[in-house]
Design a protein around this ligand. Structure first.
Ligand code: FES
Length: 571
């Protein structure tokens, strides 16, 4: 292989005043001179924050990465980027995914790095770091933080999906507030991210199936010492990747994206997967359409029996063989030869895998559910598409016609959902407007609206719910999300009225509002946007430039890459 000059040499390899400036200030950290003499500089991009509890153990994880980098002859330097904690950030972490990606991109490009290790965990920290890194395209490896240990409450295993169940139980009087408070501490009892196949675990699986991490990255629990071993090996590997010049664009081929979609179907991954994978594809320049998620998911059954679609937790998933065991089972369906960060083809990463619990990871001839994956429905209500997670939906509602009960925004929903006079029954379809990328702004996870109390009291467990918002990866129900175009753009969703008939027919991939075109044209003329328009700062930029959800909700000017070259040199 031709020896390539290190990118960091443009800083640390200089003589005279420039070299003095680049090295002298670094030496205030007690770094000896030999570190600057041609060792690959590895940036460790850390989303540690005590406001992001899922990533609060990342300082320790970074130390393990550093050990690996040093052992392989590299020079590790850790740097922070904006951290997005799903539980605390308001109004919603998704609003800032693109901002954090800009921080990541510019931090990588602006500094003397030859390779990057991305430390990510909580939902948005993975796509934001990857999107940013793709727009620079250096050798890059991902280390995920790992999931929490399974929660234990009064003898039962619990995880984030139980939050929704507990909420319904408290509202229907089956659970007291005191019991709910006890359950809080029982659920989050170790470091790590949500312990179910929510968005964080989906993202960790996405990374591994794309070939961007070492094998087993997706499922090793955060508290398991083997997570640190993986981090150390990843530190070692990134130094070799720099020498081999394996960049993100060498790994992220169309085949890698196709594999990620098929694997996501087999594990029952989150609906947020669509938005994030589309945005990543847009950055690295791989053609991907929302229809690909439907086409590639077809005939892939649900193999992983994991909450929220199934019974078990991420800890069980790891002990059962983790993602390599799923990928081995899918072997005949997968693209097998794309390069991964391990330096091997993807098939070599899982060829030795074994399944140790076939109730957690089922076989193709005995799947957990035959319906899996994400279906993309279209019709006059969602011209550019909407997403429904089949494994989390109720079979009897997948073909259904019902009357709309409409909420103009999330405040309207909260004000009226438990009104005893609300004209809703078990055949109704709940419609929520103005929670899309522009409308909210930021597309919050409110699409799996809690059911009206009066229906819960009657024992109703599910209704069709339609919105332009998102749903937590830990959520479940017959929930149609990401309606595009969103209500704030004047899409048909904006025109729906109480009592309109809506038809969902998932087998035909149809979502249709049964109102004739003439009436819709009249409503369209009368329609006025009602969403909040922010006048300054990042949110103004976001509202002016965010793309619709079928394109991944990235900012339009962030598509593509600017490469790793530094264009001006002021010294
Ligand atoms: Fe961080 Fe669920 S809140 S992964």
């Amino acid at each position: 292989m031709e020896k390539k000059e290190l990118r960091s040499h443009g800083w640390f390899g200089r003589t005279g005043k420039d070299g003095f400036i680049y090295r002298a200030w670094m030496k205030n950290q007690g770094i000896p001179d030999e570190e600057f003499r041609g060792k690959p500089v590895i940036g460790i991009c850390n989303t540690w924050s005590e406001f992001t509890p899922c990533n609060a153990h990342f300082r320790e994880l970074a130390e393990s990465v550093k050990k690996g980098v040093i052992a392989a002859g590299g020079f590790p330097l850790e740097f922070p980027v904006m951290s997005l904690g799903e539980t605390l950030i308001k109004p919603t972490a998704m609003l800032f995914r693109n901002l954090a990606s800009m921080d990541t991109e510019e931090s990588i490009r602006a500094n003397p790095m030859d390779g990057v290790v991305l430390l990510c965990g909580c939902d948005k920290t993975t796509p934001s770091l990857l999107m940013g890194a793709c727009s620079v395209d250096l050798p890059t490896i991902v280390v995920s933080g790992g999931a929490m240990l399974t929660g234990k409450y009064r003898g039962k295993s619990i995880g984030t999906s139980d939050v929704w169940r507990f909420n319904d139980a408290v509202r229907s009087g089956e659970m007291s507030q005191e019991e709910l408070t006890v359950a809080e501490a029982c659920m989050c009892r170790s470091q790590g991210h949500c312990a179910v196949m929510g968005t964080a675990s989906t993202m960790a699986c996405m990374v591994e199936s794309l070939g961007l991490s070492l094998p087993e990255n997706a499922a090793i629990p955060a508290a398991d010492s083997r997570r640190k071993v993986l981090a150390q090996y990843s530190g070692q590997r990134i130094v070799e990747m720099v020498k081999e010049n394996i960049k993100l664009s060498d790994v992220l081929t169309r085949e890698a994206f196709e594999n990620a979609i098929m694997v996501n179907a087999a594990i029952g991954g989150s609906t947020n997967f669509v938005l994030h994978l589309m945005a990543i594809a847009g950055r690295i320049g791989v053609p991907l359409s929302i229809e690909d998620f439907d086409t590639l998911s077809q005939n892939i059954p649900l193999l992983a029996n994991l909450q929220p679609s199934g019974e078990y937790f991420m800890e069980d998933f790891y002990y059962a063989g983790g993602l390599p065991a799923v990928m081995k089972e899918l072997h005949d369906r997968l693209r097998q030869s794309h390069l991964t960060v391990s330096g091997k083809q993807i098939k070599e990463n899982y060829s030795d895998a074994e399944c140790y619990n076939d109730d957690v990871i089922r076989g193709l001839n005995d799947p957990f559910k035959t319906e899996s994956g994400l279906a993309i429905v279209k019709g006059n209500l969602c011209e550019h598409g909407a997403v429904i997670k089949l494994s989390a939906a109720s079979a009897h509602l997948l073909k259904h016609k019902g009357k709309a009960v409409v909420f103009e925004n999330i405040e309207d929903y909260h004000a009226r959902i438990d009104d005893p006079e609300l004209p809703v029954d078990e055949n109704s379809i709940l419609v929520l407007k103005n929670v899309g990328p522009i409308g909210y702004p930021g597309m919050p996870e409110v699409g799996n609206m809690a059911l009206p109390k009066k229906l819960l009291d009657q024992g109703v467990k599910d209704l069709i719910r339609i919105s332009d918002g998102r749903m937590s990866g830990t959520g479940f129900g017959t929930v149609v999300l990401h309606v595009s175009p969103e209500a704030a753009c004047g899409g048909t969703l904006a025109l729906v009225k109480d009592g309109d008939w809506i038809e969902l027919d998932v087998a035909s991939r149809l979502l249709q509002l049964h109102v004739d075109d003439q009436e819709l044209a009249i409503r369209k003329k009368q329609w006025k946007p009602s969403h909040l328009l922010v006048k300054r700062g990042y949110v103004k930029l976001y509202q002016e430039h965010v793309q619709q959800s079928h394109l991944g909700a990235d900012l339009d000017f962030l598509n593509g890459s600017s490469g790793s070259a530094v264009t001006r040199d002021s010294h």
